[in-house]
Design a binder for this molecule. Sequence first.
Ligand code: ZN
Length: 271
Amino acid sequence: MRAVKHPGYCKLCGQFKELTFEHVPPKKAFNSSAVRVFPFDEVIKLYTCSDGRMPWDISGLKGKIQQKGGGNYYLCRECNNDTGSWYIEEYTTLANTLNQMIRSNSLIKGNAYSFKILQMHPLRILKAVMTMFCDINHNCFGDDSLRQFLLQKESQNFDANKYSVYMFLTSPNMSRLNGIMAQYNLKDGSTVLASEIIVYPMGFALYINKPENFKPIGLCINDFCKFSYNHKCEVGFTNIPYIEINSQFPLDYRTKEQILSAIEDSKSEEA
Ligand SMILES: [Zn+2]
């Protein structure tokens, strides 16, 4: 009998099986070169700026190197193959199209852009993104209807009241992946639950039960669930921001200048 190398619970079907390696985002979507994964005690150095280090300065931090791009053993072979061919291929195509657009138009960070993608399957993009959010989180958020939405290729049964997916464009300098976390707003007592997958050329933030008054960065792509699986069409993106990620703090979309001035402000408060 062959030894099972990576046994575990598949993040999609939930069955205990041999798991297969999966790149998140897909390898051909700018995730094939070495990435460094930092343990918590190294990341904390970036959070605290303890040694005078800026949040975007990862030089010298100790981390595990994944030579062939970021990923892990998330799904069983069947779920990996199915979602790969049903949804993830479309994601790769979109990533490559956006890369060409960003490079050939020399987009400027901090600006928003409007453009059309001529031939796209919107539902497949939404499902690719939700598959990746399930990969990096626990047990499909405990939501069997989300599991069914992803396991049934044609399903359009997406709970757009519970989940809000926002998309933006991002520069190549820094990536950020984080599982669901809570951010408290001290002013109004509201809580924002969010998970992020941000790897050039695009970033996605998933909000769960987003407070109505909270306005996330990016364009909401929930309406992609209104297209059938084979519906291919022109998709207009209006005023989608092109941003740079400069820290590993979840939901931190500040520019370097904004971070620097916040650090200066806190210094003057201490003084
Ligand atoms: Zn599975």
